[in-house]
Design a protein around this ligand. Structure first.
Ligand code: PFF
Length: 486
């Protein structure tokens, strides 16, 4: 039983989709991960590569996903099946929808644990539980927070429940309503924190760190991280954007909407850097302290500053809201599929999904305490979830989507959905057919341990490969289409 796609809910307001999709994109990836990987991989040069990846791979893939969602008006599985059916192609492609849906669910299973850190730190800030005076003491507080499964489990459960309450209320009354105040609220808090950073004494250093280009600091590992992060930060290939796109009104421009979301996401990541690094530099700390940057160095730095606790609270409120607006997007695909295909009410579908999610995320949470020794090939369950989704499912899903769009579907489908001028359409097609797949293949080559592609060193090779695959692709695309379409 599938509900009628024509009667599918749509975003109420003009900004509904943009706020929800930006809410999905802006999350722990921007505020927790982006600053620390920028710190690890050397600052400005990394930022530049990251921006290039967003433009060359992120934007074309996001446009493709939104178009698939809107055209198919359903969860990733149903939408892809419909769109592929419309072009007279085999339904095996809907496996791509299954993978995307699973990917969003698995990401959320470990995401709620990290979001739980944020909520617990907010509580610690409020209750004065962060009174450490050295990095070692802060590390001990972070360790103690993770050590107790009851404590960590409580916070990740809280995030799971909050996510499901919002999703259970529906697309308009739950998701749209919550993002319509959380997103502006978050931006205001971020701006306040940047102004605070300006007066901290470390702002100049932060600007220099984020925006000065030193090609020597670029490593191939950094470039790969930038490419992988472009996928994660734009919530690609995890069902979120495609499902949100299925609620997009027909008159909205997909290209304009995508650019707005990608720009907002990038701006927030840079703004997070401008809020965090001044405080870090002003206290003489290292920007490259890894995942602990905002949970150890930053709280310590806040403590040493006037009104630091207040601004620390603001920081963790903002981080928790960013995490929540992303979490809700990761289960929407599953909930929407259950409602459309199994006849569940939204509330039942949400709580059912929530229970399974809770079980998986509890296993992920245990990686930090009682399950610390449960490893497979040297990785915990938590690390496996991260590795499988970021290194395999997201790139594989992205590759599938661009091949589907570039070679399999009838060209009218995307001409109609995207509504671009001939020149822009050709550019988009070139990106999804050749540039994005090549970028994604580089991730696989690395994940398989074949070799590490160093863009700075190997760019002539990459360019040559691009030219060759473009020529071969253009010459053989009708035949290629037959191969790709069982
Ligand atoms: N884009 C989110 C972030 O940067 O934190 C993470 C994310 C959200 C990934 C939604 C995947 C997803 F479906």
């Amino acid at each position: 039983m599938t509900t009628n796609p024509q009667s599918r809910t749509q975003w109420l307001g003009r900004w509904g989709f943009i706020l929800a999709a930006t809410g999905s994109a802006v999350g722990l990836g921007n505020i927790w991960k982006f600053p620390y990987i920028t710190g690890e991989f050397g600052g400005g040069a990394f930022v530049l590569v990251y921006l290039a990846c967003i433009l060359a791979v992120g934007v074309p893939v996001m446009m493709t996903e939104i178009a698939l969602g809107r055209r198919g008006r359903g969860s990733p599985i149903d939408a892809i099946r419909r769109v592929v059916g419309e072009s007279g192609r085999g339904s095996a492609w809907s496996l791509l929808g299954w993978m995307a849906m699973l990917c969003g669910f698995l990401i959320l299973s470990f995401y709620v644990v990290v979001a739980g850190w944020s909520f617990s730190y907010l509580w610690k800030m409020l209750s004065g539980g962060l009174a450490g005076s050295s990095v070692e003491e802060m590390a001990a507080i972070f360790g103690a927070n993770n050590e107790s499964p009851l404590n960590l489990g409580f916070w990740s459960t809280l995030v799971t429940v909050a996510t499901m309450v919002i999703v259970g209320k529906g697309v308009q009354a739950g998701i749209e309503k919550s993002v319509s105040w959380m997103m502006p609220g978050m931006v205001v808090m971020l701006l306040v924190l940047i102004v605070y950073g300006m007066f901290s004494g470390g702002f100049g250093d932060a600007l220099r760190f984020l925006f000065s280009f030193d090609a020597g600091s670029l490593s191939s590992e950094g470039m790969l991280a930038a490419l992988g992060h472009a996928f994660f930060t734009l919530s690609l290939a995890s069902g979120a954007i495609l499902t949100y796109g299925s609620y997009l009104p027909a008159r909205a421009s997909i290209a304009r909407t995508t650019l707005t979301v990608a720009l907002a996401d990038t701006l927030v990541a840079l703004m997070a850097g401008l809020a965090i690094f001044p405080v870090i530099f002003a206290n003489g700390m290292s920007p490259s302290s890894g995942p602990g940057l905002i949970f150890m160095s930053l709280p310590l730095a806040f403590q040493a500053m006037p009104l630091g606790t207040l601004f620390g609270i603001l920081f963790f409120v903002m981080l928790s809201m960013a995490a929540l607006t992303s979490s809700i997007s990761m289960v929407e695909a599953t909930v929407s599929w259950l409602c459309d295909n199994k006849g569940f009410s939204r509330r039942t579908a949400s709580w059912g999904t929530g229970i399974v999610l809770w079980l998986v995320s509890t296993l992920a949470m245990l990686s930090f305490n009682v399950g610390a020794d449960w490893t497979l090939a040297g990785k915990h369950f938590f690390d496996w979830l991260d590795y499988l989704t970021a290194r395999w499912m997201m790139p594989l899903g992205g590759l599938g989507m661009v091949l589907l769009a570039g070679f399999v579907l009838k060209s009218e489908t995307f001409r109609e959905e995207l509504g671009l001028s001939a020149g822009w359409h050709a550019l988009w097609l070139f990106m999804v057919r050749y540039v994005s797949p090549l970028g994604i293949l580089v991730i696989f080559v690395d994940a398989l341990g074949i070799t590490r592609v160093d863009f700075a060193l190997h760019w002539p090779w990459l360019l040559a490969v691009l030219v060759v695959i473009t020529l071969v692709g253009e010459l053989t695309s009708p035949r290629l289409r037959r191969v790709l379409c069982p």
